[in-house]
Design a protein around this ligand. Structure first.
Ligand SMILES: Cc1cc2nc3c(=O)[nH]c(=O)nc-3n(C[C@H](O)[C@H](O)[C@H](O)COP(=O)(O)OP(=O)(O)OC[C@H]3O[C@@H](n4cnc5c(N)ncnc54)[C@H](O)[C@@H]3O)c2cc1C
Length: 418
Protein backbone atom coordinates (compact mmCIF):
# COMPACT_ATOMS: atom_id res chain seq x y z
CA UNK A 1 0.00 0.00 0.00
CA UNK A 2 1.17 3.55 -0.74
CA UNK A 3 1.18 6.77 1.23
CA UNK A 4 -0.55 9.55 -0.74
CA UNK A 5 -0.70 13.31 -0.13
CA UNK A 6 -3.62 15.15 -1.72
CA UNK A 7 -3.45 18.93 -2.14
CA UNK A 8 -6.96 20.46 -2.13
CA UNK A 9 -9.99 19.33 -0.15
CA UNK A 10 -12.85 20.39 -2.40
CA UNK A 11 -14.91 17.82 -4.32
CA UNK A 12 -12.06 16.42 -6.45
CA UNK A 13 -9.67 16.00 -3.49
CA UNK A 14 -12.38 14.43 -1.34
CA UNK A 15 -13.32 11.97 -4.08
CA UNK A 16 -9.71 10.82 -4.47
CA UNK A 17 -9.19 10.70 -0.69
CA UNK A 18 -12.27 8.53 -0.19
CA UNK A 19 -11.45 6.09 -2.98
CA UNK A 20 -7.77 5.74 -2.08
CA UNK A 21 -8.37 5.33 1.63
CA UNK A 22 -11.04 2.69 0.94
CA UNK A 23 -8.38 0.79 -1.02
CA UNK A 24 -6.16 0.77 2.08
CA UNK A 25 -3.68 3.53 1.14
CA UNK A 26 -2.54 6.02 3.77
CA UNK A 27 -4.07 9.32 2.70
CA UNK A 28 -3.38 12.83 4.01
CA UNK A 29 -5.46 15.59 2.48
CA UNK A 30 -4.08 19.14 2.80
CA UNK A 31 -6.67 21.92 2.39
CA UNK A 32 -5.80 25.61 2.40
CA UNK A 33 -9.14 26.78 3.87
CA UNK A 34 -9.33 26.47 7.63
CA UNK A 35 -13.12 26.27 8.09
CA UNK A 36 -15.64 24.07 6.32
CA UNK A 37 -16.07 24.72 2.60
CA UNK A 38 -19.80 24.00 2.90
CA UNK A 39 -22.01 26.74 1.46
CA UNK A 40 -19.77 27.27 -1.58
CA UNK A 41 -21.03 26.64 -5.08
CA UNK A 42 -24.54 26.08 -6.31
CA UNK A 43 -26.17 23.50 -8.61
CA UNK A 44 -24.47 20.46 -10.13
CA UNK A 45 -25.77 18.26 -12.94
CA UNK A 46 -25.26 14.56 -12.19
CA UNK A 47 -24.26 11.88 -14.68
CA UNK A 48 -24.07 8.08 -14.36
CA UNK A 49 -20.29 8.13 -13.67
CA UNK A 50 -20.75 10.51 -10.73
CA UNK A 51 -23.37 8.24 -9.18
CA UNK A 52 -21.13 5.20 -9.73
CA UNK A 53 -18.22 7.01 -8.07
CA UNK A 54 -20.32 8.09 -5.08
CA UNK A 55 -21.30 4.45 -4.56
CA UNK A 56 -17.63 3.46 -4.75
CA UNK A 57 -16.90 6.12 -2.12
CA UNK A 58 -19.36 4.29 0.15
CA UNK A 59 -22.57 6.29 -0.35
CA UNK A 60 -25.62 4.16 0.44
CA UNK A 61 -27.34 3.33 -2.91
CA UNK A 62 -30.67 4.28 -1.27
CA UNK A 63 -29.45 7.86 -0.71
CA UNK A 64 -31.04 10.38 -3.09
CA UNK A 65 -28.34 12.50 -4.68
CA UNK A 66 -30.66 15.40 -5.47
CA UNK A 67 -33.84 16.55 -7.18
CA UNK A 68 -35.22 14.75 -10.27
CA UNK A 69 -36.62 16.55 -13.30
CA UNK A 70 -38.60 14.99 -16.16
CA UNK A 71 -37.27 17.15 -18.90
CA UNK A 72 -36.30 20.49 -20.35
CA UNK A 73 -38.05 23.58 -21.64
CA UNK A 74 -36.92 26.69 -23.56
CA UNK A 75 -38.85 29.96 -23.15
CA UNK A 76 -38.66 33.13 -25.22
CA UNK A 77 -38.35 36.55 -23.63
CA UNK A 78 -42.14 36.80 -23.21
CA UNK A 79 -42.28 33.55 -21.27
CA UNK A 80 -43.79 31.52 -24.13
CA UNK A 81 -42.62 27.93 -24.62
CA UNK A 82 -40.38 27.56 -27.72
CA UNK A 83 -39.76 23.84 -27.30
CA UNK A 84 -39.58 20.95 -24.86
CA UNK A 85 -37.40 17.90 -24.44
CA UNK A 86 -38.03 14.72 -22.42
CA UNK A 87 -34.74 14.14 -20.59
CA UNK A 88 -34.97 12.84 -17.02
CA UNK A 89 -32.00 13.97 -14.94
CA UNK A 90 -31.00 14.33 -11.29
CA UNK A 91 -29.70 17.70 -10.19
CA UNK A 92 -27.79 18.10 -7.00
CA UNK A 93 -25.86 20.81 -5.25
CA UNK A 94 -22.22 21.39 -4.43
CA UNK A 95 -23.03 21.47 -0.69
CA UNK A 96 -24.84 18.14 -0.78
CA UNK A 97 -21.95 16.37 -2.51
CA UNK A 98 -19.41 18.04 -0.23
CA UNK A 99 -21.29 16.96 2.91
CA UNK A 100 -21.70 13.38 1.69
CA UNK A 101 -17.99 13.09 0.80
CA UNK A 102 -16.80 14.69 4.06
CA UNK A 103 -19.02 12.37 6.11
CA UNK A 104 -17.65 9.31 4.29
CA UNK A 105 -13.98 10.27 4.79
CA UNK A 106 -12.13 9.08 7.93
CA UNK A 107 -11.74 12.42 9.81
CA UNK A 108 -8.03 11.94 10.60
CA UNK A 109 -7.21 12.11 6.83
CA UNK A 110 -8.29 15.75 6.53
CA UNK A 111 -5.86 18.56 7.46
CA UNK A 112 -7.58 21.97 7.10
CA UNK A 113 -5.65 25.26 7.12
CA UNK A 114 -2.59 23.82 5.32
CA UNK A 115 -1.43 25.60 2.16
CA UNK A 116 0.78 23.59 -0.18
CA UNK A 117 3.67 25.75 -1.39
CA UNK A 118 6.19 23.58 -3.23
CA UNK A 119 6.91 20.03 -4.20
CA UNK A 120 10.15 18.10 -4.69
CA UNK A 121 10.52 14.50 -5.68
CA UNK A 122 13.28 11.92 -5.86
CA UNK A 123 13.64 8.15 -5.98
CA UNK A 124 12.39 7.79 -2.38
CA UNK A 125 9.19 9.84 -2.65
CA UNK A 126 7.67 13.35 -2.67
CA UNK A 127 8.43 16.12 -0.20
CA UNK A 128 5.86 18.90 0.06
CA UNK A 129 6.57 22.24 1.70
CA UNK A 130 3.46 23.78 3.27
CA UNK A 131 2.39 26.56 5.61
CA UNK A 132 2.34 23.90 8.37
CA UNK A 133 5.77 22.39 7.66
CA UNK A 134 7.02 19.55 5.50
CA UNK A 135 5.03 16.45 4.50
CA UNK A 136 6.43 13.34 2.81
CA UNK A 137 4.75 10.47 0.99
CA UNK A 138 5.16 8.03 -1.89
CA UNK A 139 2.82 9.99 -4.17
CA UNK A 140 1.12 13.38 -4.52
CA UNK A 141 -2.23 14.25 -6.10
CA UNK A 142 -2.74 17.92 -7.01
CA UNK A 143 -6.48 18.60 -6.62
CA UNK A 144 -5.91 22.27 -5.86
CA UNK A 145 -8.13 23.73 -8.54
CA UNK A 146 -7.83 26.01 -11.57
CA UNK A 147 -4.97 28.06 -10.05
CA UNK A 148 -3.13 24.98 -8.76
CA UNK A 149 0.18 25.93 -7.13
CA UNK A 150 1.60 22.52 -8.02
CA UNK A 151 0.68 22.80 -11.69
CA UNK A 152 2.17 26.28 -11.80
CA UNK A 153 5.42 24.91 -10.41
CA UNK A 154 5.67 21.86 -12.70
CA UNK A 155 3.86 23.13 -15.83
CA UNK A 156 4.09 26.95 -15.64
CA UNK A 157 3.04 27.42 -19.27
CA UNK A 158 -0.42 25.97 -18.65
CA UNK A 159 -2.67 28.89 -17.71
CA UNK A 160 -6.44 29.53 -17.60
CA UNK A 161 -7.76 31.42 -20.64
CA UNK A 162 -10.67 33.81 -20.17
CA UNK A 163 -13.55 32.94 -22.52
CA UNK A 164 -14.93 36.49 -22.88
CA UNK A 165 -18.05 36.01 -20.75
CA UNK A 166 -19.15 35.57 -17.17
CA UNK A 167 -21.80 33.49 -15.45
CA UNK A 168 -24.18 35.15 -13.04
CA UNK A 169 -25.23 32.47 -10.61
CA UNK A 170 -27.64 32.19 -7.73
CA UNK A 171 -30.11 30.05 -5.87
CA UNK A 172 -33.67 31.20 -5.17
CA UNK A 173 -35.92 29.65 -2.52
CA UNK A 174 -39.00 27.86 -3.90
CA UNK A 175 -41.41 29.46 -1.40
CA UNK A 176 -40.66 32.96 -2.74
CA UNK A 177 -41.84 32.25 -6.27
CA UNK A 178 -45.19 32.94 -7.94
CA UNK A 179 -47.52 30.14 -9.03
CA UNK A 180 -46.83 30.98 -12.71
CA UNK A 181 -43.11 30.59 -12.19
CA UNK A 182 -43.48 27.38 -10.21
CA UNK A 183 -45.82 25.79 -12.78
CA UNK A 184 -43.95 26.78 -15.94
CA UNK A 185 -40.25 26.43 -15.03
CA UNK A 186 -39.52 25.32 -11.47
CA UNK A 187 -39.74 21.56 -12.02
CA UNK A 188 -37.73 21.63 -15.27
CA UNK A 189 -34.25 22.12 -16.58
CA UNK A 190 -35.12 25.45 -18.21
CA UNK A 191 -33.45 27.64 -20.84
CA UNK A 192 -33.73 31.16 -22.26
CA UNK A 193 -31.42 32.33 -25.07
CA UNK A 194 -31.19 36.07 -25.72
CA UNK A 195 -28.72 36.76 -28.60
CA UNK A 196 -25.15 35.98 -27.51
CA UNK A 197 -26.30 34.96 -24.03
CA UNK A 198 -27.88 31.99 -22.33
CA UNK A 199 -29.72 31.35 -19.10
CA UNK A 200 -30.11 27.86 -17.72
CA UNK A 201 -31.56 26.73 -14.42
CA UNK A 202 -32.98 23.80 -12.51
CA UNK A 203 -34.31 22.81 -9.08
CA UNK A 204 -31.87 21.75 -6.36
CA UNK A 205 -32.11 20.88 -2.68
CA UNK A 206 -32.97 23.83 -0.46
CA UNK A 207 -31.72 24.80 3.00
CA UNK A 208 -30.69 21.78 5.09
CA UNK A 209 -30.39 19.78 1.86
CA UNK A 210 -34.17 19.28 1.81
CA UNK A 211 -35.64 18.00 -1.45
CA UNK A 212 -39.40 17.90 -0.66
CA UNK A 213 -41.71 20.27 -2.60
CA UNK A 214 -41.90 23.61 -0.82
CA UNK A 215 -38.34 23.30 0.55
CA UNK A 216 -36.31 23.22 -2.64
CA UNK A 217 -34.51 26.04 -4.45
CA UNK A 218 -33.90 27.01 -8.09
CA UNK A 219 -30.33 27.28 -9.27
CA UNK A 220 -29.56 29.49 -12.26
CA UNK A 221 -26.54 30.27 -14.41
CA UNK A 222 -26.81 33.27 -16.77
CA UNK A 223 -23.93 33.58 -19.25
CA UNK A 224 -23.30 37.17 -20.35
CA UNK A 225 -20.56 38.72 -22.49
CA UNK A 226 -17.99 40.80 -20.58
CA UNK A 227 -14.92 41.89 -22.58
CA UNK A 228 -11.68 41.52 -20.60
CA UNK A 229 -10.75 45.13 -21.26
CA UNK A 230 -14.09 46.63 -20.19
CA UNK A 231 -17.12 45.17 -18.46
CA UNK A 232 -15.15 42.40 -16.74
CA UNK A 233 -13.11 44.87 -14.68
CA UNK A 234 -16.27 46.61 -13.50
CA UNK A 235 -17.96 43.33 -12.60
CA UNK A 236 -14.95 42.22 -10.56
CA UNK A 237 -14.75 45.52 -8.66
CA UNK A 238 -16.65 45.71 -5.37
CA UNK A 239 -18.74 48.61 -4.08
CA UNK A 240 -15.70 50.02 -2.24
CA UNK A 241 -13.73 50.18 -5.49
CA UNK A 242 -11.49 47.17 -4.77
CA UNK A 243 -10.73 45.08 -7.88
CA UNK A 244 -10.66 41.25 -7.49
CA UNK A 245 -8.92 40.06 -10.68
CA UNK A 246 -8.78 36.39 -9.60
CA UNK A 247 -12.55 36.26 -8.99
CA UNK A 248 -14.84 38.30 -6.76
CA UNK A 249 -16.11 36.63 -3.55
CA UNK A 250 -19.94 36.24 -3.64
CA UNK A 251 -20.58 38.69 -0.79
CA UNK A 252 -18.39 41.35 -2.48
CA UNK A 253 -20.32 41.61 -5.76
CA UNK A 254 -21.34 45.26 -6.12
CA UNK A 255 -25.01 46.12 -5.49
CA UNK A 256 -24.82 48.37 -8.56
CA UNK A 257 -23.89 45.40 -10.78
CA UNK A 258 -26.66 43.30 -9.22
CA UNK A 259 -29.19 46.08 -9.87
CA UNK A 260 -28.00 46.36 -13.49
CA UNK A 261 -28.21 42.60 -13.98
CA UNK A 262 -31.77 42.52 -12.61
CA UNK A 263 -32.82 45.39 -14.84
CA UNK A 264 -31.33 43.59 -17.89
CA UNK A 265 -33.19 40.42 -16.85
CA UNK A 266 -36.52 42.27 -17.06
CA UNK A 267 -35.62 43.44 -20.56
CA UNK A 268 -34.03 40.28 -22.01
CA UNK A 269 -35.37 37.22 -20.20
CA UNK A 270 -38.74 35.51 -19.79
CA UNK A 271 -40.67 37.16 -16.91
CA UNK A 272 -40.35 33.92 -14.92
CA UNK A 273 -36.55 34.24 -14.94
CA UNK A 274 -36.67 37.99 -14.22
CA UNK A 275 -38.74 37.14 -11.15
CA UNK A 276 -36.14 34.59 -10.03
CA UNK A 277 -33.33 37.16 -10.45
CA UNK A 278 -35.32 39.69 -8.42
CA UNK A 279 -35.99 37.25 -5.58
CA UNK A 280 -32.53 35.69 -5.33
CA UNK A 281 -30.94 37.13 -2.19
CA UNK A 282 -27.29 37.04 -3.21
CA UNK A 283 -26.52 36.57 -6.89
CA UNK A 284 -22.80 36.10 -7.54
CA UNK A 285 -20.66 35.86 -10.65
CA UNK A 286 -17.78 33.89 -12.08
CA UNK A 287 -15.65 34.62 -15.15
CA UNK A 288 -15.63 31.58 -17.46
CA UNK A 289 -12.24 30.07 -18.32
CA UNK A 290 -10.77 27.21 -20.30
CA UNK A 291 -7.83 25.32 -18.89
CA UNK A 292 -6.24 22.58 -20.94
CA UNK A 293 -3.17 20.54 -19.91
CA UNK A 294 -0.75 18.62 -22.15
CA UNK A 295 0.33 16.33 -19.31
CA UNK A 296 -1.33 15.09 -16.16
CA UNK A 297 1.57 13.37 -14.42
CA UNK A 298 5.24 13.93 -13.77
CA UNK A 299 6.94 11.16 -11.80
CA UNK A 300 5.17 10.88 -8.46
CA UNK A 301 2.84 13.86 -8.98
CA UNK A 302 -0.55 13.72 -10.74
CA UNK A 303 -3.06 16.46 -11.53
CA UNK A 304 -6.76 15.82 -10.88
CA UNK A 305 -10.02 17.67 -11.56
CA UNK A 306 -9.90 21.42 -12.20
CA UNK A 307 -6.13 21.51 -11.60
CA UNK A 308 -5.75 19.65 -14.92
CA UNK A 309 -8.74 20.70 -17.04
CA UNK A 310 -11.51 23.25 -16.71
CA UNK A 311 -14.22 22.99 -19.33
CA UNK A 312 -16.85 25.68 -19.70
CA UNK A 313 -19.86 24.79 -17.57
CA UNK A 314 -22.09 24.28 -20.66
CA UNK A 315 -20.86 20.69 -20.60
CA UNK A 316 -21.93 20.32 -16.92
CA UNK A 317 -19.04 17.93 -16.46
CA UNK A 318 -16.69 19.51 -13.89
CA UNK A 319 -17.72 17.37 -10.95
CA UNK A 320 -18.30 14.19 -12.95
CA UNK A 321 -14.91 14.65 -14.63
CA UNK A 322 -13.25 14.98 -11.21
CA UNK A 323 -14.93 11.75 -10.14
CA UNK A 324 -13.83 9.97 -13.33
CA UNK A 325 -10.27 11.15 -12.62
CA UNK A 326 -10.48 9.92 -9.02
CA UNK A 327 -11.78 6.49 -10.08
CA UNK A 328 -9.11 6.15 -12.79
CA UNK A 329 -6.42 7.16 -10.27
CA UNK A 330 -7.53 4.54 -7.74
CA UNK A 331 -7.78 1.85 -10.44
CA UNK A 332 -4.32 2.70 -11.80
CA UNK A 333 -2.74 2.46 -8.37
CA UNK A 334 -4.39 -0.90 -7.77
CA UNK A 335 -3.39 -2.30 -11.17
CA UNK A 336 0.07 -0.80 -11.73
CA UNK A 337 1.54 -0.11 -8.26
CA UNK A 338 3.03 3.19 -7.09
CA UNK A 339 5.91 3.28 -9.61
CA UNK A 340 3.77 3.20 -12.78
CA UNK A 341 0.30 4.24 -11.61
CA UNK A 342 0.29 7.95 -12.42
CA UNK A 343 1.58 7.47 -15.99
CA UNK A 344 -1.15 4.89 -16.64
CA UNK A 345 -3.72 7.25 -15.13
CA UNK A 346 -2.55 10.17 -17.28
CA UNK A 347 -2.62 8.10 -20.44
CA UNK A 348 -6.26 7.26 -19.83
CA UNK A 349 -7.54 10.64 -18.61
CA UNK A 350 -5.59 13.12 -20.76
CA UNK A 351 -7.61 12.61 -23.98
CA UNK A 352 -10.88 12.64 -22.03
CA UNK A 353 -10.00 15.98 -20.43
CA UNK A 354 -8.96 17.51 -23.75
CA UNK A 355 -12.20 16.34 -25.39
CA UNK A 356 -14.42 17.85 -22.75
CA UNK A 357 -12.61 21.23 -22.86
CA UNK A 358 -13.00 21.29 -26.65
CA UNK A 359 -16.70 20.49 -26.43
CA UNK A 360 -17.15 23.31 -23.90
CA UNK A 361 -15.45 25.71 -26.34
CA UNK A 362 -17.75 24.64 -29.17
CA UNK A 363 -20.89 25.10 -27.08
CA UNK A 364 -19.58 28.47 -25.88
CA UNK A 365 -18.83 29.63 -29.43
CA UNK A 366 -22.36 28.57 -30.47
CA UNK A 367 -23.86 30.64 -27.66
CA UNK A 368 -21.68 33.63 -28.49
CA UNK A 369 -22.77 33.45 -32.12
CA UNK A 370 -19.20 33.02 -33.40
CA UNK A 371 -18.63 31.37 -36.78
CA UNK A 372 -17.42 27.80 -36.11
CA UNK A 373 -17.86 24.20 -37.25
CA UNK A 374 -19.37 25.32 -40.55
CA UNK A 375 -22.09 27.36 -38.80
CA UNK A 376 -22.03 31.00 -39.97
CA UNK A 377 -21.72 33.79 -37.40
CA UNK A 378 -25.03 34.70 -35.80
CA UNK A 379 -26.97 31.75 -37.24
CA UNK A 380 -28.33 29.89 -34.26
CA UNK A 381 -31.24 27.64 -33.35
CA UNK A 382 -32.68 28.65 -29.96
CA UNK A 383 -33.37 24.99 -29.10
CA UNK A 384 -29.87 23.63 -29.72
CA UNK A 385 -28.59 24.66 -26.25
CA UNK A 386 -31.42 22.64 -24.67
CA UNK A 387 -30.44 19.55 -26.68
CA UNK A 388 -26.69 19.92 -26.03
CA UNK A 389 -26.11 21.43 -22.58
CA UNK A 390 -24.96 19.17 -19.73
CA UNK A 391 -25.95 15.93 -21.46
CA UNK A 392 -24.40 12.65 -20.42
CA UNK A 393 -21.93 11.99 -23.25
CA UNK A 394 -21.36 8.45 -22.02
CA UNK A 395 -25.09 7.77 -22.31
CA UNK A 396 -24.67 7.68 -26.16
CA UNK A 397 -27.92 6.21 -27.40
CA UNK A 398 -29.94 7.63 -24.52
CA UNK A 399 -28.77 11.16 -25.36
CA UNK A 400 -29.66 10.68 -29.03
CA UNK A 401 -33.06 9.28 -28.08
CA UNK A 402 -33.70 12.27 -25.84
CA UNK A 403 -32.75 14.65 -28.65
CA UNK A 404 -35.19 12.84 -30.93
CA UNK A 405 -38.00 13.47 -28.42
CA UNK A 406 -37.63 17.21 -28.83
CA UNK A 407 -40.85 19.01 -29.63
CA UNK A 408 -41.00 22.62 -30.68
CA UNK A 409 -43.54 25.34 -31.16
CA UNK A 410 -43.07 25.80 -34.94
CA UNK A 411 -41.66 23.41 -37.50
CA UNK A 412 -37.89 23.89 -38.03
CA UNK A 413 -35.70 20.83 -37.31
CA UNK A 414 -33.03 21.07 -34.61
CA UNK A 415 -29.46 20.61 -35.85
CA UNK A 416 -27.82 18.15 -33.47
CA UNK A 417 -24.46 19.71 -32.87
CA UNK A 418 -22.59 17.10 -30.73
C1 LIG B 1 -20.48 28.73 -13.42
C2 LIG B 1 -20.04 27.32 -13.08
C3 LIG B 1 -20.98 26.30 -13.12
C4 LIG B 1 -20.57 24.97 -12.89
N1 LIG B 1 -21.51 24.01 -13.02
C5 LIG B 1 -21.12 22.74 -12.90
C6 LIG B 1 -22.07 21.70 -13.12
O1 LIG B 1 -23.25 21.91 -13.43
N2 LIG B 1 -21.66 20.45 -13.00
C7 LIG B 1 -20.37 20.16 -12.69
O2 LIG B 1 -20.06 18.97 -12.61
N3 LIG B 1 -19.44 21.12 -12.46
C8 LIG B 1 -19.78 22.39 -12.56
N4 LIG B 1 -18.83 23.34 -12.35
C9 LIG B 1 -17.41 22.94 -12.02
C10 LIG B 1 -17.14 22.33 -10.60
O3 LIG B 1 -17.53 23.21 -9.61
C11 LIG B 1 -15.64 21.84 -10.42
O4 LIG B 1 -15.23 21.37 -11.65
C12 LIG B 1 -15.49 20.71 -9.39
O5 LIG B 1 -15.82 21.22 -8.12
C13 LIG B 1 -14.06 20.01 -9.34
O6 LIG B 1 -13.12 20.91 -8.80
P1 LIG B 1 -11.80 20.49 -7.97
O7 LIG B 1 -12.14 19.82 -6.67
O8 LIG B 1 -10.86 19.81 -8.87
O9 LIG B 1 -11.20 21.94 -7.67
P2 LIG B 1 -11.80 23.09 -6.77
O10 LIG B 1 -13.23 22.89 -6.48
O11 LIG B 1 -11.39 24.38 -7.38
O12 LIG B 1 -11.02 22.91 -5.39
C14 LIG B 1 -9.66 23.19 -5.19
C15 LIG B 1 -9.40 23.11 -3.69
O13 LIG B 1 -8.01 23.26 -3.46
C16 LIG B 1 -7.79 24.17 -2.40
N5 LIG B 1 -6.47 24.75 -2.64
C17 LIG B 1 -6.12 25.64 -3.61
N6 LIG B 1 -4.81 25.90 -3.55
C18 LIG B 1 -4.33 25.16 -2.51
C19 LIG B 1 -3.03 24.99 -1.94
N7 LIG B 1 -1.98 25.66 -2.43
N8 LIG B 1 -2.88 24.16 -0.87
C20 LIG B 1 -3.96 23.48 -0.37
N9 LIG B 1 -5.20 23.61 -0.87
C21 LIG B 1 -5.38 24.42 -1.92
C22 LIG B 1 -8.94 25.17 -2.52
O14 LIG B 1 -9.18 25.84 -1.29
C23 LIG B 1 -10.10 24.24 -2.91
O15 LIG B 1 -10.74 23.70 -1.79
C24 LIG B 1 -19.19 24.66 -12.56
C25 LIG B 1 -18.27 25.70 -12.48
C26 LIG B 1 -18.68 27.01 -12.77
C27 LIG B 1 -17.65 28.09 -12.73
Amino acid sequence: MASVLIAGGSLGGLMAANLLSRDGHTVTLLEKASGTLDGRGAGIVTHAALVEGMHRCGMDPATALGVSVRGRVTLDNHGTVLGELAMPQVLTSWSRLYQLLRDLLPPDCYRPGVTVQQVRQDLRGVQVATSAGRFEADLLVAADGIRSAIRQQLWPAVQPLYAGYVAWRGVCEETLLSRRCLDSVFERFAFCVPPGEQLIGYPVAGAGNRTEPGHRAWNFVWYRPAPASGALTELLTDADGVHHPQGIPPHKVSWREIARMRSDARRLLAPQFAEIMEKTAQPFLQPIHDLCSDEMAQGRVALLGDAAFVARPHVGMGVTKAMQDAMALADALREHGAAAAWQAYAQQRLPAGQRVVERGRRLGAYMQGLARDGIPAGERDPLTPMAETAIDLDAGDAAQAAAASLSRTGDRPVPFHA
